[in-house]
Structures are given as structure tokens and as C-alpha cells.
Design a protein around this ligand. Structure first.
Ligand SMILES: [Zn+2]
Length: 65
């Protein structure tokens, strides 16, 4: 598996941590900087709001009876 180039935090220039997850066929990616405590979410390459991401995740992982 190819390792992607690590993105750098625009603020502090440290490596960003990337967490990928597959939700209902969509790739959700969380990018975070541990130094600045910034989190960004993207879906299928498009940046989305955190609230939007949580809806995506919640809809598909939070189903309970
Ligand atoms: Zn940073």
C-alpha cells in the first residue's frame, strides 16, 4: 500500500494525521493537527463541515433497536 505524502499543517508546518474511514461507500477522511488541535473532514476529496461528517458517520454506525 502506497503511503501518501503527509500534509503539513498550514499553521505550524507539522505533519498532519490522516484517518480514513469508509462510510456507505464514501471515503471520509479526517485530517488533524495534534499540535494545533485542528480537525478537518473531507468526503470523496471534498472538504465538509464537521457537523456534516458526524451526520454521515452517525447515520450509518449508530443504528440500534
Ligand atoms: Zn498545526
Amino acid at each position: 500500500m502506497a503511503v501518501q505524502d503527509a500534509d503539513r499543517c498550514p499553521a505550524c508546518k507539522k505533519d498532519l494525521v490522516r484517518v480514513k474511514m469508509l462510510v456507505d461507500g464514501n471515503n471520509l477522511v479526517m485530517t488533524s493537527c495534534a499540535n494545533c488541535d485542528i480537525r478537518q473532514w473531507s468526503r470523496a476529496g471534498e472538504q465538509i463541515d464537521l457537523s456534516e461528517a458526524l451526520v454521515e458517520v452517525g447515520e450509518h454506525s449508530g443504528r440500534r433497536r
